[in-house]
Ligand binder design. Sequence first.
Ligand code: HEM
Ligand SMILES: *[C@@H]1O[C@H](CO)[C@@H](O)[C@H](O)[C@H]1NC(C)=O
Ligand SMILES: *[C@@H]1O[C@H](CO)[C@@H](O)[C@H](O)[C@H]1NC(C)=O
Ligand SMILES: *[C@@H]1O[C@H](CO)[C@@H](O)[C@H](O)[C@H]1NC(C)=O
Ligand SMILES: *[C@@H]1O[C@H](CO)[C@@H](O)[C@H](O)[C@H]1NC(C)=O
Ligand SMILES: *[C@@H]1O[C@H](CO)[C@@H](O)[C@H](O)[C@H]1NC(C)=O
Length: 560
Amino acid sequence: MKVSCIVQTCTLLLLLHGQTIPAEKVKTVLKGSVNPCCYYPCQHMGICLRYGMDSYECDCTRTGYYGENCTIPEFWTRVRQHLKPSPNAIHYILTHFHWLWNIINSTRLRDWLMRIVLTARSDLIPSPPTYNSKYGYLNWESYYNTTYYTRILPPVPEDCPTPMGTKGKTELPDPKLLVQKFMLRDHFKPDPQGSNLMFAFFAQHFTHQFFKTHNRMGLAFTKALGHGVDAGHIYGDNLPRQLNLRLHKDGKLKYQLLNGEMYPPTEAMAKVNMSYPPTVAPENRLAIGQEVFGLLPGLSLYATLWLREHNRICDILLEEHPTWDDEQLFQTARLIVIGETIRIVIEDYVQHLSGYLLQLKFDPELLFSSQFQYQNRIAVEFNHLYHWHPLMPDSFHIDGDEIPYSQFIFNTSILIHYGVEKLVEAFALQRAGQIGGGKNIHPVIIGVTESVIRESRELRVQPFNQYRKRFNLEPYTSFYDLTENEETARELEELYGDIDALEFYPGLLLEKPRSGSIFGQSMVEMGAPFSLKAWIGGVSSVNLNALNKIIKISNEIIRR
Ligand code: HEM
Ligand SMILES: *[C@@H]1O[C@H](CO)[C@@H](O)[C@H](O)[C@H]1NC(C)=O
Ligand SMILES: *[C@@H]1O[C@H](CO)[C@@H](O)[C@H](O)[C@H]1NC(C)=O
Ligand SMILES: *[C@@H]1O[C@H](CO)[C@@H](O)[C@H](O)[C@H]1NC(C)=O
Ligand SMILES: *[C@@H]1O[C@H](CO)[C@@H](O)[C@H](O)[C@H]1NC(C)=O
Ligand SMILES: *[C@@H]1O[C@H](CO)[C@@H](O)[C@H](O)[C@H]1NC(C)=O
């Protein structure tokens, strides 16, 4: 009997045929009573399934490998392994050889390579989604219930001997200690790629349309049910909020004029709730799609820019389509804003972040003839990975003033006081911090880092090395291998006991950054698949032909 079907199906077929499963053939028995899946025996994305009391089987279906632990490559896998360059080699080529890229950029090769970048990266993300935080096995609920974030790897089984499986100590290091020792900023380290605060606030503004943990429901849940680029941070994540934010005339959003310029309305004007502390005066409580965007002037700034852009698009559309009503103008403008966003994200933001010399391109048509699932589900791991708090500086330099955090947080009068132009200039001139390498998080936000570590334990996120393997990277063999810093390596070893017990988020931040780069290999190799899948796959709510036309319109509008 060849076990090539999914294991549950095989069992079912065997039962239907009235056969019993020959135990010694299908099962692998391990000694002792530890849940064998705690050893993470199945390699190459094979799935661990328990049998009986203490045995397991790896489901290697479509992994390209076979054998007890999915470790033996099939013929074509072996061929591919020999031909495929390592991630570091690919990165090197993409960031060197200017002359080569100058040629490629202006030929059809550019489209061809862009297609490969998009499909190769997205292929690492299961689509439709598989797990969520409630289930350690495949199930229909995870697919159906979109109030959950999805999970790339299932939670660490509940009954393992150590918190991370079988490796490491029986108790994980105190998060406060971890953060104080390895994450807290000793001195500001600027990003060597030269990112500025405009970039940092863009990152935060853009990603908080799909990272909106529904704390009241629990850490496993999200309020952003679009699971991608839906511009919910501009229009609200639900219809009543959207309707309150809209002017209901010419497709526009509500606004107020201050010093002759357009700004978001107040909470009272829009009848929309924001999460401001009670100390913020009514006239300073700006109403924005995302509830928390009053937190920082950088976020309110982007909210203002997109508000103005939406209303500008409405003016252009009305001129060209005088027969369209408010609803059609609004809906079309929203699609255009989504199109503009993805274009800026890929061609400007990701271009900068990647350091690639290949000129990246956003064109939905690139993938029309490829196998690509236009759908997306935001993952818990993606959310944790994107905690890029080291970007934040020590204080904010605006128009000759130095503003400390205490006067910056929840102070929307900074936006009104300096105005959009001065703030853009200030944030464009000030450098952001390096994300990777450790010891670069400002004390004001270090608590968030501690939280994400605590939360990842509650959600039983698997060890860093498991994610390395999941994303086709070699697991690190020692803490020195990870950090290339003897002191940090020794201290980490002491706290964790085993490199295979290192947690996901600390691993990402403490990995040695690539030379001259904002972070290390893992952030890129894990972040890029999540990102590209979300940027391109997450627009499925939009009819693709419509989107395609919309992109063309938005390109024209951007050029105006
Ligand atoms: C001074 C600036 C910032 C402050 C005060 C701040 C504060 C916070 C706070 C209080 C939380 C909620 C933590 C929790 O519930 O456990 C949070 C979450 C988060 N922050 Fe920041 N943050 C800042 C900048 C940034 C930046 C620049 C990024 C970059 C992308 C970022 C990414 C995130 C993400 C992804 C989350 C998770 C959101 C969610 O799951 O709902 N933050 N931040
Ligand atoms: C499969 O993995 C288990 C647990 O890690 C190990 O004990 C066993 O020797 C492995 N089997 C093979 C054939 O490598
Ligand atoms: C999703 O799961 C949560 C938690 O079990 C539950 O409260 C909610 O009703 C579910 N939603 C759907 C659509 O099934
Ligand atoms: C806004 O907050 C007020 C006061 O807490 C509450 O009565 C109201 O229902 C909230 N509105 C929405 C739309 O959540
Ligand atoms: C190709 O792209 C790189 C990176 O964006 C850029 O430096 C170079 O000027 C581009 N060349 C052409 C011909 O577009
Ligand atoms: C808000 O910013 C303004 C302008 O920089 C400043 O004068 C004011 O003191 C700040 N308010 C608070 C509460 O920090």
